[in-house]
Write a protein that binds this ligand. Structure first.
Ligand SMILES: Nc1ncnc2c1ncn2[C@@H]1O[C@H](COP(=O)(O)OP(=O)(O)OP(=O)(O)O)[C@@H](O)[C@H]1O
Ligand SMILES: [Mg+2]
Length: 284
C-alpha cells in the first residue's frame, strides 16, 4: 500500500530520518537494472538480471559462491561491460548494450561516479594516511574545476571539512593521520567506506565487506553500514551475513547460477518459495 500516510510521515520527519521499514514509499526507483547478461568466453555468468531499487533503500544480494554476485556489482560499477541489458540511474540510461555510444571510455568514467564500491579487501593506498585516502579523489577531481586556481583555498577547505566529518562518522577522528598498516582490518574497512562516501555516490555497493575480518571486527563495520542505512543511504550489499541482511535490507535478491531466483522483502527468507533458496538457507 503506497499510502497517503507514508507521504505525510515522510514530509513531517524530513528526508534524512530513518523511515519505518517495509512501509509503502512513493519514491521512484533510483536504480533500474534491466535484463543484464554477462559471459566470460562460453560461460554465461549472468542471465537476464532485472531488479529496481528505490532511493534510500538497501538491497542485499545473496547466493552461493560463484553465483555471479561480484560480477553483478562489477557490471553496475562499469568494471565489466555487460553483453546485454540496460542500467538506468535516476531515469538516465547510463548503459545500454544496444547503444555503443553509451560505453565510450570517457562516458564510462563519468558514469562510474554514480556508484561507490567497497571491496572485501579494502585496497587503501598504503602511502597515504586514513584522512588522505578519504579526500584524495575529491582533491584530484577539484583540480579540474574551472575556478580551482581562484577558489583553491575554499574548495580545499570544504573537501577537508567533509573529510573530517566522514572520519567522525566512521568513529576514527583520532586516527586520521594513521597509515593503513597502523590500522586494524575493521578500521581499514571503515576508511574504505568513508573513501567511497566522499565522492557522494548515488548508490554505494559493498562486496562482502566483512568476510576478510575476524568476528569482533565484523561488528564495527556492520555498525557503520547500519548507521548509513539509518541515514537512508541507498546501498547494495553482497553479503553472507544472513542475520545482518535480514535486519538492514529492505529487499533481498537471491542469485543462483547467474539468475535471479527470488527477489523480495527479507520475510521471503522465512518462507522461501524456491527449492534453491531453501537449500541455500539451510547452510546458515
Ligand atoms: N574475469 C573472469 N573471467 C572468467 N570467468 C570469470 C571472471 N570473473 C568471474 N568469472 C566466473 O564467473 C562466475 C561468477 O563469479 P563471481 O565472482 O561473480 O561469483 P560470486 O558470486 O561473487 O562468488 P563468491 O561468493 O565466491 O565471491 C564464476 O564461475 C567465476 O569463475
Ligand atoms: Mg564474490
Amino acid at each position: 500500500m503506497k499510502s497517503q500516510e507514508s507521504i505525510l510521515i515522510k514530509s513531517s520527519i524530513g528526508f534524512n530520518q530513518r523511515f519505518p521499514k517495509h512501509r509503502g514509499w512513493l519514491n521512484m526507483a533510483i536504480l533500474e537494472v534491466q535484463n543484464i547478461g554477462k559471459r566470460f568466453g562460453v560461460a554465461a555468468v549472468l542471465n537476464d538480471i532485472s531488479f529496481s531499487l528505490e532511493e534510500g533503500r538497501v538491497l542485499a544480494v545473496i547466493g552461493s559462491s560463484g553465483s555471479g554476485k561480484t560480477t553483478l556489482l562489477r557490471c553496475l560499477n562499469f568494471l565489466e561491460r555487460p553483453d546485454a541489458g540496460r542500467i538506468i540511474v535516476r531515469g538516465e540510461t547510463l548503459y545500454n548494450s544496444a547503444d555503443k555510444s553509451s560505453y565510450t571510455e570517457q562516458s564510462i568514467r563519468e558514469k562510474r561516479l554514480h556508484f561507490g564500491l567497497v571491496f572485501q579487501a579494502f585496497y587503501l593506498f598504503p602511502q597515504y594516511t586514513a584522512f588522505q585516502n578519504i579526500v584524495l579523489a575529491r582533491e584530484l577531481a577539484a583540480k579540474k574545476l574551472p575556478d580551482y586556481q581562484k577558489n583553491r583555498k575554499n574548495i580545499l577547505l570544504e573537501i577537508h571539512r567533509d573529510g573530517m566529518q566522514l572520519m567522525e562518522q566512521i568513529g576514527l577522528s583520532a586516527k586520521k593521520d594513521f597509515y593503513p598498516y597502523q590500522l586494524s582490518g575493521g578500521q581499514q574497512q571503515r576508511v574504505a567506506i568513508a573513501r567511497a562516501l566522499a565522492l557522494k555516490p548515488d548508490i554505494l555497493c559493498f562486496d562482502e565487506p566483512t568476510s576478510a575480518l575476524d568476528p569482533e571486527l565484523t561488528g564495527e563495520v556492520l555498525k557503520v553500514i547500519r548507521s548509513l542505512a539509518e541515514k537512508n543511504t541507498t546501498m547494495i550489499i553482497v553479503t553472507h551475513e544472513m542475520q545482518f541482511a535480514r535486519q538492514v535490507a529492505d529487499m533481498i535478491l537471491f542469485i543462483d547460477e547467474g539468475s535471479v531466483v527470488e527477489y523480495g522483502p527479507p520475510k521471503m527468507l522465512d518462507s522461501p518459495s524456491s527449492e534453491r533458496l531453501k537449500r541455500f538457507l539451510e547452510r546458515y
